[in-house]
Write a protein that binds this ligand. Structure first.
Ligand SMILES: Nc1ncnc2c1ncn2[C@@H]1O[C@H](COP(=O)(O)OP(=O)(O)OP(=O)(O)O)[C@@H](O)[C@H]1O
Length: 294
């Protein structure tokens, strides 16, 4: 079997200042080329911290304190800064959570969409415009020439997110970090955007780390998933198998807590207190041991 595209081993992170509270506890996971890997868990589980660690955009308050992040065989945590900067944006890209804040309100959509192609590939003039039109067609935006000249406030939230998806795929990266990319959208638009991400990653063969708190979303887009609690891995494996038959009580409780629009009377069940107490006990014993599993 070929090496995974992304291999995170024993990744630990903590607050930089005393008392150095642990935020990631020896997290290990792999993402194969072309795989969508979901990071799931409640608020504060450490999902975004993993995404930010991959992209080298951790806030100053957080530091890595162990483990490796190997991308195509190279460890990003020890890579020289210049090489890392080159890789991020070309081979690894981000689809951010909130399309309104991610786009600059004072720049036309076209110039923002083509930043990567201009700056990293040196495209300009008619060739750049043609490529921008193709990118918008790929994400099924009608009348792309008109849209390129618009400002972010002149288009809908769903269309803004499609533009960010098109921008993320514009340099044909091997890996995309999608950080809650549909949270800011309403439910019908969410579905379209999820389908779009799935289609684009299949066409391009892109690996995706998909951060979400929503198991309904996971069921739609993720091939495999890692369930996190308090910065530690609770369970991981094939999405269909875990959703059908979770091996950990916490995963079962998360599934039960997920609203099902197709079944009346389901959803919004609280996580049982006993399961949370067990996990908390595990966290307090955990430290930064070698295993990432509960
Ligand atoms: N800038 C920061 N300064 C201090 N602590 C932070 C900072 N950002 C995140 N944390 C802490 O790191 C832990 C993990 O946060 P993270 O954002 O990764 O969780 P998450 O699973 O993505 O949840 P959410 O969906 O709420 O963002 C939390 O305890 C959070 O309080």
């Amino acid at each position: 079997m070929s090496a995974p595209l992304l291999e995170i081993s024993g990744l630990s992170a903590r607050l930089r200042r005393p008392p150095h509270s642990p935020l990631l506890r020896s997290v290990s996971l792999t993402v194969a080329a072309g795989e969508v890997h979901g990071l799931v868990g409640e608020s504060g589980a450490g999902k975004s911290t993993i995404g930010k660690a991959i992209l080298d955009i951790l806030p100053d308050a957080i530091e890595l304190c162990g483990g490796t992040i190997r991308f195509a065989g190279e460890d990003l945590t020890t890579m020289p800064a210049a090489r890392l900067r080159k890789l991020l944006g070309t081979e690894i890209a981000l689809i951010p959570q909130d399309p309104m804040t991610a786009l600059n309100p004072s720049r036309q959509v076209g110039s923002q969409l083509t930043d990567g192609l201009r700056l990293r590939r040196g495209l300009k003039g008619a060739a750049l415009k043609q490529k921008a039109i193709e990118l918008l067609r790929d994400v099924q935006i009608a009348d792309p020439e008109r849209v390129l000249a618009l400002y972010p406030h002149e288009i809908s939230g769903g269309m803004r997110q499609r533009i960010l998806i098109a921008a993320a795929f514009s340099l044909d990266p091997k890996l995309i970090i999608a950080d809650e990319p549909t949270t800011a959208l309403d439910v019908t638009v969410q579905k379209e955007v999820l389908r779009m991400i799935r289609n684009m990653q299949k066409i391009h063969g892109t690996g995706v780390v998909f951060v979400t708190h929503d198991l309904g979303v996971v069921a739609q887009v993720c091939d495999r998933l890692t369930v996190l609690y308090g910065g530690m891995v609770v369970e991981q494996g094939e999405t269909a198998a875990i959703l059908a038959s979770p091996s950990h009580g916490y995963t079962r409780a998360l599934i039960d807590a997920t609203p099902r629009h197709d079944r009346a009377g389901t959803g919004m069940q609280p996580i049982p207190a006993g399961i949370v107490a067990d996990l908390k006990a595990q966290l307090s014993r955990y430290g930064f041991g070698p295993s990432g599993h509960v």
